[in-house]
Design a protein around this ligand. Structure first.
Ligand code: MGD
Ligand code: MGD
Ligand code: SF4
Ligand code: MO
Length: 767
């Protein structure tokens, strides 16, 4: 193993329990290393407290009532420590390293250099970024926007960390400029959920709150890894278990995060004397009662199997097993749905799901026994060709037994980025609902662009084909997050200008258009004195709770500006005489932005008052009240047919997953504790039989290729790791394997890249 990227790899055994003492130790270590003891403690005490800092990692909801002093998890601590680091990337740093030297470094190294302190510009043909004044930077963006043949040649991307206030202004700017090209990370994430739920129940969001999850009879966790990606969800799962719930996990991998959990928060223990011993001894609460190791991409088949089993039993049962009253009064499409399920044949269901009849029957048993159930899902369901259909099958299962809009029952898509949901609520979308459009036009006296904009995949293709020429991003790391890395790099390189509002150096700043700008912004942990007074922002959790977030640290540099300020100044520079409202006012007081939000976004009335009340407020959630705002007013059963994924000779089906030490493309460390991996992320988890069948063994180095539409894509140097994963399936980490994901391989109807099902081949590395 000579390659530097894999030289330090150590393969250990996967864990069966999540959190516990190692989580406490790790959180403390990372906080001390990055932020120091005083700032670190201050941050942790403010994290997720009412009126404190909303955790900038995942979108999991905070408790409604009393909060303990430790309302965070290991990964929340890592995320804020990463932002609060003492390290700085300033003009000296950029003078020292050329862009090509930086591009040869790993993602982890780039992130570890620290917070960017100054706006920077990469001139055409230049080898190094140079500092630039803010005003000059805006003039350059404006110059490029003005040179476009049409506003639709600009792309305005958003990642899900952006606050409601900044997101609202950003979409207002893009639409005032004349385009709906507002792709976001959601297009690669829960878009399949949003499309499916909007059609089936009239709202693309969760229908439950935390207390429903904690007091229910059954929880299905499908295609989601709570221990790593929404760690405080495990405290809720623990409470649910204590209240008697059963848990079923459907996942190709046996993830520690749903197997069992030791709660590391002392305040969660009634008898504090027991806390240290319980945590130290690692006495765990077992979570999943059943784990079904599903074949990758087999979720639609599995769900149809469960439904088919339920409907079969219904036929032979003297008592009704399904909720006819709910079906008759609240839904439509039931007969067609039943007919559709009847045509699904068991052989296909079993082959596609890779499960045994008894496994599916036992899940049907659980669903029939439960009076109330909740389904939680994430990327394991949404990033496949038939993802929209799979989410709608989850809804079908709930509709069948009236499991939406009652205590302890409902749908729980677990959103990713801390404010990805709020950004969409604020209008970050390549489309607009009619009511949003009407309100926006009325409040701001302008005609919004009629044409739908580009989503993420469409934006990449447009840039590649020279149909879009300016790429502007608020947050995110577009190149590494997107599919088909080489193609996306080509798309960015084709642009006249690429500009990013970011906090940390990332690869998108290194693979650029003809000119490139880095516009560094404040993070959520920092005090925001825009307009000469202390401002706060707000966000929406995965369970629709909108709450304030206020930073407490001195900014990493005096040159940093808030996202709100940057967007408003850009709008002023670009729209100049065309602006029909006073952007400067927004910068003086974010309350004025919230007043505008209140006028435009349904459910945000009286925003400024309600956001200041204890813990914020909930967005309207009609399905929770059994009101379904679909076109017909009924919840809809959807009919889908399973399209089996057929592998060619020697092919494996690859899923791409997150390690415990990363937040998306931000790699904190090259480890994945729960899966036993240390020192390198360039691994491929394979079934022992598949390894043997290829004449390989644990530790061998392989190259990966994928073939799609006649094009062969490749990613080199991955170490083989035997793992408990179904045969013909394998897993690699995101973003290392993104070069293998074809740009045209997307989910039907949502256009989400199929990052969780890529057909690949594995060959021994020749290097
Ligand atoms: N610490 C941390 N937290 C995060 C993130 C992070 O990177 N780090 N990212 C945030 C974001 S943006 C998001 S969207 C969420 C993502 O949260 P998750 O969706 O939990 O993350 P993933 O690791 O992408 O994959 C989810 C799980 O799906 C399983 N899986 C893979 N393929 C399939 C399949 O075909 N079927 C089924 N049933 N399961 C499958 C994988 O084994 C894995 O356990 O997390 C958010 N929170
Ligand atoms: N193969 C594969 N690809 C995937 C996925 C997958 O599961 N598999 N998951 C997809 C999903 S679910 C998502 S959400 C996307 C994520 O896509 P993105 O949201 O584009 O990516 P992130 O890695 O979250 O963005 C990290 C960057 O955000 C910047 N940043 C951090 N904090 C702030 C802030 O407060 N403000 C601003 N302005 N910038 C900040 C930092 O500079 C950092 O480099 O990736 C997608 N790509
Ligand atoms: S569960 Fe998510 S939001 Fe909550 S503290 Fe952990 S990372 Fe932050
Ligand atoms: Mo995501």
């Amino acid at each position: 193993m000579k390659d530097k990227s894999i030289a330090d790899l150590k393969i250990g055994s996967p864990k069966k329990t999540a959190a516990g003492m190692s989580a406490v130790v790790n959180a403390t270590r990372v906080m001390l290393k990055n932020a120091g003891p005083v700032r670190g403690t201050k941050l942790l005490l403010a994290l997720n407290q009412k009126g404190g800092i909303d955790c900038n990692s995942c979108a999991w909801a905070d408790p409604e009532g009393e909060r303990t002093h430790a309302e965070f998890c290991e990964n929340g601590a890592k995320a804020i420590a990463d932002e609060a680091t003492w390290k700085r990337v300033g003009p000296d740093f950029f003078a020292k390293y050329s862009v090509s030297e930086l591009a040869s470094q790993s993602d982890r190294w780039l992130n570890a250099q620290g917070r960017i302190t100054h706006p920077m510009m990469l001139d055409e043909g230049a080898t190094h970024y140079r500092p630039i004044a803010w005003e000059e930077a805006f003039a350059i963006v404006s110059e490029h926007l003005n040179a476009l043949g049409s506003p639709d040649e600009a792309v305005f991307y958003t990642s899900g960390r952006t606050s409601n206030e900044a997101a609202f202004l950003y979409q207002l700017f893009a639409r005032s400029f004349g385009t709906n090209n507002l792709p976001d990370c959601s297009n690669m994430c829960h878009e399949s959920t949003s499309v499916a739920l909007a059609e089936s129940i009239g709202l693309g969001k969760a229908t439950i709150r935390l207390d429903d999850l904690e007091d229910t009879d059954l929880i299905l966790i499908i295609g989601q890894n709570p221990g790593t990606n929404a760690p405080r969800m495990m405290s809720s799962l623990q409470r649910a278990k204590e209240n008697g719930a059963r848990i079923i996990a459907v996942n190709p991998l046996p993830e520690a995060g749903f197997l069992s959990f030791v709660n590391p928060n002392p305040e969660q223990y009634d008898d504090l004397k027991k806390f240290p011993m319980t945590v130290l001894r690692g006495r765990a609460t077992p979570l999943a009662d059943l784990h079904l190791p599903i074949r990758i991409g087999g979720d639609l088949a599995f769900l149809q199997g469960v439904i088919k089993a339920i409907l079969d039993r219904e036929k032979h049962s003297p008592e009704p097993l399904i909720d006819y009253e709910f079906i008759n009064s609240k839904t439509e499409g039931f007969q067609d749905f039943v007919a559709g399920i009847e045509t699904a044949d068991w052989e296909t269901i079993l082959r596609a799901s890779g499960l045994a009849p008894a496994q599916i029957e036992s899940v049907a048993d659980e669903f029939l026994k439960a009076e109330r159930f909740v389904t939680c899902w994430a990327m394991g369901v949404t990033q496949h060709k038939q993802a929209v259909a799979a989410v709608q099958e989850i809804v079908n299962l709930h509709l069948l037994r009236g499991q939406i809009g009652k205590q302890g029952a409902g749908l729980c898509p677990v959103r990713g980025h801390s404010n990805v949901q709020g950004d969409r609520t604020m209008g970050i979308w390549e489309k607009m609902t009619p009511i949003f459009r009407k309100n926006l036009e009325k409040a701001f006296h302008f005609k919004t662009p009629k044409r739908d904009g580009f989503n993420t995949v469409e934006a990449i293709r447009a840039m590649y084909d020279n149909d879009a020429k300016v790429f502007f991003a608020v947050g995110g790391n577009f190149l590494s997050a997107a599919p088909d890395t080489e193609y996306t790099a080509g798309a960015l390189r084709n642009c006249e200008l690429t500009a990013q509002v970011i906090t940390k150096l990332n690869r998108t700043a290194l693979v650029t258009g003809r000119r490139s700008l880095i516009l560094p912004c404040l993070g959520r942990t920092e005090i925001d004195m825009t307009g000469g007074k202390e401002q706060f922002v707000s966000t929406e959790s995965t369970m629709l709770n909108v709450q304030m977030s206020k930073g407490i640290l001195e900014p990493a540099s005096a040159e940093l500006r808030s996202e709100v300020w940057i967007v408003a100044k850009l709008a002023q520079a670009e729209l100049k005489t065309r602006q029909t409202f006073d952007w400067e006012r927004f910068v003086s007081d974010y309350d004025l932005i919230r007043d505008a939000i209140a006028k435009v976004v349904p459910g945000c009335e009286n925003y400024n008052v309600r956001i200041r009340e204890n813990g914020g407020f909930y967005m309207p959630n009609p399905p929770r009240e059994r009101v379904f705002p679909t076109d017909s007013g009924f919840a809809k059963f959807a009919v889908s047919r399973i399209e089996e994924i057929v592998l060619g000779e020697g092919e494996l089906l690859m899923t791409t997953i997150r390690a415990h030490d990363q937040f998306n493309t931000t790699v904190y460390e090259e480890n994945d504790r729960y899966r036993g991996i240390r020192g390198s992320r360039r691994v491929i988890f394979m079934n022992a039989d598949d390894i043997a069948a290829r004449g390989l063994k644990s530790g061998d180095v392989v190259d990966l290729t994928s073939e799609f539409d006649g094009v062969v894509r490749s990613a080199e140097t991955f170490v083989v790791v035997p793992y408990e994963i179904p045969k013909d399936c394998c897993a690699t980490y995101f973003p290392e394997a993104n070069p293998l994901i074809p740009i045209r391989s997307v989910a039907d109807r949502s256009n989400c890249p199929t990052s969780k099902s890529v057909k690949i081949r594995v060959a021994r590395s020749e290097r």
